[in-house]
Design a protein around this ligand. Sequence first.
Ligand code: SF4
Length: 904
Amino acid sequence: MKTPSQIDQQNSNIKSQHHQLLDEESEKINKRIILEIDIDQNMCKKQTQIILNDIPIYFPRQPYEVQKIYMESVIKSLNKKQNALLESPTGTGKTLSLLCATLAWLTKNRKDQLNTEQPKNIKIIYSSRTHAQLKQVAMELKKTVYKPKISMLGSRDQYCIRGDFSMIKGNILNQSCHKSIKMNQCQFYRKDHLNKFAYNYSTLINSLEETRQFGQINRLCPYYFERERLDFADFILIPYNYLLEQDFQNIVDIENSVLIFDEAHNVQSAAEEGSSFFITHNNIIEAEKDLKKWIDELESVSVIQDQLKTKLNLVKILYNLKEYKSILITIKVFAQYLEKLKKRQEFQYKESDENYLIMNGRQIQFIIFENTQDKDNTFRLWSDNSQTNYAKGVNKNNFEKYLQHCSILIDIMNDLSSNQGNYFEYWYKFMRNVYNLIKIEIKREKQKLSLESLSNEFNQYSLAFILDQSNQLSIHMWCLDPSLAFQRLSKKGFHSMILTSGTLTPMTSWTCELKQAFDIQLVNEHIIDLDKQVRVFQHQSFDFSYNQRNNEEQIDKFGITLLKLCQIIPNGILVIFSSYTLMNKYKNVWTSNKLINQLNQIKQCFWEIKSSTDMLQVFEKYKEKAKSGAIMFAIHRGKVTEGIDFSDELCRAIFLVGVPYPAKLDKRLLEKMDYLDKLYNDPEFSNQQRIKSSEWYIQQAIRTTNQAMGRVIRHKNDYGIVFLCDRRFEEKDMKLGLSRWIQPAIQPWTNNNDLIKQTKEFFITNISNQERYRKEQIDQKPLEQIEVKKRRIQFQGLQNEDDYQKLRNVTQEKMSRYYETLTENQSTNIKSYDNNVYLPEKQYQLMINSNSQKEFDKQYQQSNDNLTQIQQISSKRCFNNDNEYQQKEKFEKKKLCMTLKNQK
Ligand code: SF4
């Protein structure tokens, strides 16, 4: 670990190298500083080295054959700059193989680049759907010898550590943050320290939690810390949306980067979502109010007006308040149009919770042009001669200026106004997205290309007006083509792209849908012993298709089968339905015939719910009960089948009730299918790979089924049974599409007696194998613990375990003294510990960070220990980094509170 002065020195060296480069001839200006990837040499000695395609790869142990095959495909893709689709079942060590292969390749590439005239600074951008999944990746990274400089991007919602901002989110938080930085009111925004910290901690902090904790300890904003680390990063961890959503795509420079999409089975829908946009009628009404407040402010506060004038002048726009008033009119008129639209026939006869009016996406521009005009000059703004009087309506010619006016106003007012303008910003973003599509159409028009063609991006959208139950109207631009997001990425010139998941099958759809070539494709085998660890039973007569799904006789029959099997299947069971409606139907029938009581007597029943927070609580309770026996009733494409890991006792069997075809009543799905058919039948695209809507529809069901079946085996020693409870799983297209590794395990489920016998035997054999597996786990644990401990010592800026112990002792002593010196004021804070409830971490941080911190620092400095300055700082860090100590601390705090309470 370097001292602060060494870091300063190193940073200034880097800066001077930058300046040197900039001073050199123009062709060298783009030359970037290439640094080698750090490798932990001590770990290298303990790991296995293999060579694949001339790349030496360190792996934590001797890799399995499937892992070697996987890593070979990764290296091939990177060497050849080709895109890859890599499927490897859950439990095959996919993430670790991917990390070791890409980082080994990058290590060699960096060394090679150092000797080239115009080196390319290739980075790895690793994306996954959620931060929880990225956390797993960060954990795996710690097992490797590779220590790349890392950055994990997230939003202020995830990273902001200001206690008084904890209740605000999204745009409001962003604006509040900007303001507090401008006014120097955020103690965590320490611009001068960011660079130093980002460099010093470029490799050690790997997850969102670690960054937040680090920010609290060092009083440094985690959000800006991660942004700063981007400049140094070789390895960037980000959620999908940073790559797929237009709004985020410029944050990370992806030129020459290797793009990895993990858990890629969700990428198509995420890409469509990332290019879609919407606004509600209420948002528009509120946008009008926001702008009105700002205009009033402009009229009365000359300083703001002057700033606005200056900014407009910079882009050669003359300031005229009437133009802003005319923008206000456009919003008002458009809101009135929407109010009238609610009375349209389509919205009068409500058949369901939501009613729809759907049009071709291109129509949105004409609707805006037509309905932002103050036609009869009701608001008396026309007499004005200004060229950009928008009250006459937004049109192709003035749209760009309109957006410029809006964006400059937002910029100025966000900094200076006391009024928030979130809704006006929504309006601006909605209009900007529409204009981006118009711009492409204008370009096509100039090139005399057909505007009706499906190549015109506008035609890859559907426009939907939705009136919901609460009479709220919203306008949606549904993107129907996921390739739009990928075309944007392609234009930026990435090195290669890897899509990987446990369930990519059927592979054919990826090229058709993303319009990207995937020259390298792999469908890997499983690591497990299929004969021993998995059974898949295919029921021959259950039929839960749309017409049959309410058949109560069948619901009863399935319930009784489940009841019988519950008695012989150990631990936890998942029963997965295709929708909440279907799941609730079963729940009602089984409640009325009391079957649910019988199930509950054998295994406690839990039901998936829509709210994420509540679902986590349900899952926690399920976890407690699973070992002794529990059933989780869930739905496809929900939280259970996507986000939660059901390994070992949490899932010994899965029942798939019905084939998970998407609901054909879903209007967006129908639009998508219509779009696919148009594309399929259009001669303009005859040279491209395309897919019929019917085929696409089946593929959705296949991928969802594979995803759900993947829950049953989570690692090499896991085991379980899948019960396919619908004869339609046997239909040719469906059967062929099921994951290749599981196909040999499928056998017919003809009679319940045979099935019960086989199920019993399966579990008896596997339970006896468990003992061996547990022993293996115990052997592996110390190795992991040593690595965690080592990193913790490094994190504290210390050399060895002795120093660490010494610091802990000193820290504990100081902390105890600190408690003894609490003032009356602090005691009041602690009072909220009443009823043995711990003070939430946030409040505790406030307490520590208030005047008590000064007091603590004073005492701390006065101590007679002989630690160096950096060690003293580190010992303070120790409070938050040492779990064991935290436990003790909590105990002490609680004890103290109780004492204080009793004294009162
Ligand atoms: S600078 Fe960081 S900690 Fe401060 S308000 Fe902004 S996001 Fe929050």
